[in-house]
Design a protein. Structure first.
Length: 252
C-alpha cells in the first residue's frame, strides 16, 4: 500500500506540474493579447480559478462546505494550515491572496502567483510590509476582495493563534466587511509546518486516495473598530475549528 500511495503521489505531482505549465503558457498568451494591466490581471484571476477547479479532482480533494461563499467584495480571513488553504478557499471566489515572499521564488508556482494578483509580503521587512498594506488598500478601495491569513504562519494548534492587525486596520478604515473562513484537514499530517519543504510534503499529503477538508464560510462582520473585527473573526473561526474536530472524532 505504501508503494501504491507513493506512485499515486508521484503521478499527481507530475500532473500538477503539467497543468501549471499549461497555466503559465495561457498566462503568456493573455499578456500578448491584452495590453491593459487591469485586463491582464482580470483574465489571470479568472484563469487561476479555472485551474484550481481542475486541480481538485486530480489531487483527490474531498471538500465539505458549510455556509455561503461570499459574493460581495471585502477582506476574507481564515486560519492557516497549509499552502493548500487558498486552493480550497478560492475555488469559487475571485480575490487577491496575500502570500509570503518565499513562495514567489518557488519554481512554476511563484510565476503563476505573481501574474494572477497574489500580493507578496516579507514580514521581516518593515518597508515591504508598508507597501503590502498600500497594495491591500488599493485592491479593497477599488471594490475587489483580498484573502489573508492573519495568523501569519501555519500551525496545528486546535484553535487560532494571534491575528496580526494590518489588514483589519484597512477594513475598518474603508468600512468593508470582514468575512471569516474556517478551514481544517482531517489528517493533521496534511498541515504544512516546521521545516517541511514543498515536494516531500506534497508526496506525503497526496499519497492518500482522498484528502478530507472542511471549510466554513461565516457571517460577514462590519465594524470600524479593529479590535472588534479581530475578536469576532477569531471567535467565529475558533468555534468552527472545534466543531470540525469533534465531527471527525465522532466518525472514527
Amino acid at each position: 500500500m505504501v508503494i501504491i500511495g507513493y506512485i499515486l503521489a508521484i503521478g499527481r505531482l507530475l500532473l500538477f506540474i503539467f497543468i501549471v505549465l499549461i497555466f503559465l503558457c495561457l498566462l503568456l498568451m493573455i499578456s500578448l493579447f491584452y495590453q491593459s494591466e487591469e485586463k491582464k490581471l482580470e483574465r489571470g484571476i479568472l484563469l487561476r480559478r479555472f485551474i484550481i477547479r481542475v486541480l481538485h479532482p486530480i489531487l483527490g480533494s474531498k471538500i465539505t462546505v458549510y455556509g455561503k461563499e461570499p459574493v460581495e467584495s471585502g477582506l476574507i480571513v481564515s486560519n492557516h494550515r497549509s499552502y493548500f488553504d487558498p486552493i480550497v478557499i478560492l475555488k469559487n471566489i475571485l480575490a487577491s491572496p496575500i502570500g509570503k515572499k518565499e513562495v514567489a521564488s518557488w519554481p512554476l508556482i511563484g510565476n503563476g502567483c505573481k501574474t494572477t494578483g497574489v500580493i507578496f509580503v516579507n514580514r521581516e521587512n518593515k518597508a515591504n510590509r508598508a507597501q503590502t498594506l498600500k497594495d491591500i488598500n488599493s485592491v479593497l478601495e477599488n471594490g475587489f476582495s483580498i484573502y489573508n491569513t492573519p495568523e501569519g504562519t501555519t500551525h496545528i494548534k486546535p484553535t487560532t493563534i494571534n491575528f496580526k492587525p494590518g489588514a483589519f486596520n484597512i477594513a475598518a478604515t474603508l468600512g468593508v466587511p470582514v468575512m471569516p473562513v474556517a478551514i481544517d484537514y482531517k489528517n493533521m499530517d496534511d498541515a504544512w509546518v516546521g521545516s517541511d519543504t514543498f515536494v516531500p510534503h506534497f508526496l506525503k499529503c497526496f499519497s492518500k486516495w482522498r484528502t478530507e477538508i472542511k471549510v466554513s464560510y461565516l457571517e460577514p462582520i462590519f465594524s470600524n473598530n479593529v479590535e472588534e473585527l479581530i475578536s469576532l473573526s477569531k471567535n467565529q473561526i475558533d468555534l468552527e475549528l472545534i466543531r470540525f474536530r469533534k465531527d471527525w472524532e465522532s466518525m472514527d
